[in-house]
Design a binder for this molecule. Structure first.
Ligand SMILES: Nc1ncnc2c1ncn2[C@@H]1O[C@H](COP(=O)(O)OP(=O)(O)O)[C@@H](O)[C@H]1O
Ligand SMILES: CC(=O)OP(=O)(O)O
Ligand SMILES: [Mg+2]
Length: 420
């Protein structure tokens, strides 16, 4: 049984074709720089050289078409016809309070996903395009939605309630939801294995730092707090999103510059964060390279990002009442040793003793790596995330009728045989 997992992020579409019977990846890849320009696909098939093709992807639909064309290509492809694929698992970023677990997609589910798309304007629209594009190519197979928000539905009311008029929650669902749930779920389960303790005994802080950035405080495998809120705009500073700011700033700027709520929302989502401070870059590779050449605004952007990361580590250690491990994951978390080092500097008082040299040598391709010194009371791990594998596991469980809920399904990536 081959399952296709599609993960439409704000600037990339990742995919995995997974053979469940052999528990192996048949092909995986990513279309990067979607909507940014200079987009390209990198297609990996075990045992073959990677295939790279430049192809402009001004939107996510073009990216899905490119993926499908590559999967069935006579040379680069891995399947003869699309109907060899049994089911598709789709990442859906915002599920509101309606979706606490993964579900098969029908017209009602698609309408419900559309009804919350204003809460994730950079994400649900590409997620929906991905679903529609895949449904048109594969009309006869089940399509399953896996929600970023589902994992965080365990947050207690004191963590998800805003200090705002309570009717905004009851009337409009204004509360904190949290995102990147499949990533936080995956890396926390892998971290418990690295700690050699049952997840039920672990306090873990997971830092997902990609284009979007979110942090989660996880106690006994359950999300107790997370940095993103009603929308993926709250929390950490991101590529183009501001994260936590004084809520008085938007009306102040609207008065000063005469802009509309929609315009200010677009600036906070698309022109802030690293792009806002540097004026030029969202990609941390560019920001780091320019800072090293002496660009002060790029240096400032890195300083702000690292300082805010450190504040969340401190806050979540307090929220959890102590911490066993801190995990860095996603594009930046896995690859930017410099940002990890700056975020962890000065945290020896709470038992974090970084192995500076090892940290700077650790990248995604290093695999799961401990970057603290052997005697560090609190461990720090770099754990490459695998959101797509969580999608595949949920799809299979739903297809074979064993799915109970998003938290309790017996994920095979926690078994001793699993090789990340
Ligand atoms: N070697 C690297 N050094 C620093 N940052 C990197 C590196 N490789 C990737 N990144 C960062 O990872 C980001 C993408 O992360 P990813 O998790 O794939 O994002 P998303 O899923 O949100 O599209 C890029 O914008 C880039 O800033
Ligand atoms: C929710 C979110 O920010 O997702 P991404 O990191 O893929 O942009
Ligand atoms: Mg992502």
């Amino acid at each position: 049984m081959d399952i296709l997992a599609l993960n439409c992020g704000s600037s990339s579409v990742k995919y995995q074709l997974f053979n469940w019977d052999r528990r192996c990846v048949v092909a995986k890849g990513v279309v990067e720089r979607v909507t940014i320009g200079d987009s390209f696909i990198v297609h990996e098939v075990p045992g073959r050289d990677n295939y790279k093709e430049h192809h402009e992807c001004p939107d996510h639909r073009v990216a899905i078409d490119l993926i499908i064309r590559t999967l069935i290509h006579p040379q680069q492809g891995v399947v003869k016809q699309m109907n060899e694929i049994s089911a598709v698992g789709h990442r859906v970023v915002h599920g509101g309070e309606k979706f606490t677990c993964s579900v098969p997609i029908d017209a009602t589910v698609l309408d419900a996903i559309r009804s919350v798309q204003h809460l994730a304007p950079l994400h649900n629209p590409p997620n929906i395009s991905g679903i529609e594009a895949a449904q048109s190519v594969l009309p006869d197979v089940p399509h399953i939605a896996i929600f970023d928000t589902a994992f965080h539905q365990t947050m207690p009311a004191h963590a998800y309630t805003y200090p705002l008029p309570y009717q905004w929650y009851t009337d409009y669902g204004v509360r904190r939801y949290g995102f990147h749930g499949t990533s936080h779920l995956y890396v926390s389960k892998r971290a418990a294995i690295k700690l050699g303790k049952p997840l039920s005994d672990c306090n873990i802080i997971t830092l997902h730092i990609g284009n979007g950035v979110s942090h989660t405080a996880i106690k006994g495998g359950r999300s107790m707090d997370t940095s993103m809120g009603l929308t993926p705009l709250e929390g950490a500073m991101m590529g183009t999103r501001c994260g936590d700011i004084d809520p008085a700033i938007p009306p102040f700027i609207m008065d000063q510059e005469g802009c509309t709520p929609r315009e200010i929302d677009s600036i906070l989502n698309k022109k802030s964060g690293l792009l806002g401070i540097t004026g030029r870059f969202t990609d941390r590779r560019d920001v780091i390279a320019e800072a090293q050449k002496g660009d002060e605004r790029c240096q400032l952007a890195l300083d702000v990002e690292a300082y805010r990361l450190k504040k969340y580590i401190g806050a979540y250690a307090a929220a959890l009442g102590g911490v066993d491990a801190v995990v860095f994951t996603a594009g930046v978390g896995e690859n930017a040793g410099l940002i990890r080092q700056k975020a962890l500097e000065g945290l020896e008082f709470m038992g974090i003793h970084l192995d500076v040299e090892k940290n700077l040598k650790t990248f995604s391709k290093s695999g799961e790596t401990e970057i603290t010194k052997p005697d560090s009371p609190v461990k720090v791990f770099v754990i490459p995330t695998n959101e797509e594998l969580v999608f595949v596991e949920d799809v299979v469980a739903i297809l074979n009728g064993s799915y109970t809920d998003h938290m309790n399904f017996a994920y095979s990536f926690t078994s001793p045989e699993y090789k990340p």
